[in-house]
Design a binder for this molecule. Structure first.
Ligand SMILES: N#Cc1c(N)n[nH]c1N1CCCC1
Length: 329
């Protein structure tokens, strides 16, 4: 079987939201290849937290079964967090259904989630080695559905400031052109992780070998591209007027600055290049703009988020354990 759903961008393409049906109840979730928990706003949240959100109410689902005693608690790299209880229910995405999917019900969450009223929760598409359910972690939607899919894959065709597509079980030839450039992934840390041994700056810039060389992850749940400090410093050294602004939490530059192209190696065989203008992430006002390339703050991993992914067709191959990028159609 195969399924396809829309991926609708929030402001600044900061995240992409997709429709999911849980126990017959429609919710809008952030599909996140950088985590492995499926959690939703639930009716057990205080109304001050759930105001403006669609909440899942297990008592209104005829197929919900509690997972008594199980709990979960997740903390993301950006400081946001959520905790709660667990049950199992039927989860359908684009016509594809997992009958007995672990569904995590939030009964406490951090302010960032409360404020983002378009988002009713997260659907992790990473590997269940990092699922936070205790005492027995549970599989992701993709891991559960993989054996039933025509192909053990899902693809992300996110768009810049426009609605895109997640597809499960097929690599839709209509969505890309030319070759798909694959790299093997190492899922042991729970991510779609691969080496990124070099980068390029400028149009037909020479390939510069990495020095810190942190591994990279393909992460639909992160807005920006977070790079080793030496790489991001080398890039903004080429942008006149760029500086690190503590109050804004990263590199800013004059919106009128000329931005060089930037490419990152996807494994050892392919460099994914962003045009300079695609690196302007947000106009902060007053002629100051915030960059889409920022430091990973020495986290030891480079996070290739939506600023990169929205310019490519991305293949997450759970069967062959590989990740690939292609030009969009
Ligand atoms: N930080 C962070 C992060 C990440 N690396 N992947 N997904 C993340 N979030 C999902 C919701 C909030 C943050």
């Amino acid at each position: 079987e195969t399924g396809q759903v829309t991926a609708s961008p929030e402001q600044n393409d900061s995240e992409y939201l997709s429709p999911v049906t849980i126990g017959g109840q429609p919710l809008t979730l952030d599909f996140d290849t950088g985590s492995a928990d499926l959690w939703v706003f639930s009716n057990s949240l205080p109304s001050s937290d759930s105001a403006g959100h669609v909440t899942f109410d297990p008592s209104k689902s005829s197929t919900f079964t509690p997972y008594s005693g199980a709990t979960w608690q997740i903390a993301y790299g950006d400081g946001s967090s959520a905790t709660g209880s667990v049950g199992f229910d039927s989860v359908t995405i684009g016509g594809v259904t997992v009958a007995h999917q672990a569904v995590e019900l939030a009964d406490n969450l951090s302010g960032a989630f409360v404020q983002d009223t378009q988002n009713d929760g997260l659907l992790g598409l990473g590997f269940s080695t990092i699922n936070t359910i205790q005492t027995q972690r549970q599989k992701t939607f993709f891991e559960n559905i993989m054996p039933s899919l025509a192909l053990p894959v899902f693809t992300a065709n996110l768009q810049a400031d426009a609605s895109g597509t997640y597809t499960f079980g097929a690599i839709d030839a209509a969505q890309y052109s030319g070759p798909i450039h694959y790299t093997a992934i190492d899922s042991s840390a729970g991510f779609w992780q691969f080496p990124s041994p070099s980068y390029t700056i400028g149009s037909n810039g020479a390939s510069v070998p990495c020095t810190t060389c942190s591994p990279a992850i393909a992460d639909t749940g992160t807005s920006l591209v977070l790079l080793d400090d030496d790489v991001v410093a080398a890039y903004y050294a080429q942008v006149s007027g760029a500086s690190q602004d503590q109050s804004q939490g990263g590199y800013v530059f004059p919106c009128s600055a000329s931005l060089p192209d930037f490419g990152v190696a996807i494994g050892s065989g392919y460099t994914a290049v962003l045009a300079g203008k695609e690196i302007l992430y947000e106009d902060l006002g007053g002629g100051v703009c915030y960059g889409g390339l920022q430091s990973n703050a020495g986290q030891g991993v480079q996070i290739f988020g939506d600023v990169l992914l929205r310019h490519f067709f991305a293949v997450f191959d759970g069967g062959a354990k590989r990740f690939g990028l292609a030009k969009k159609a």
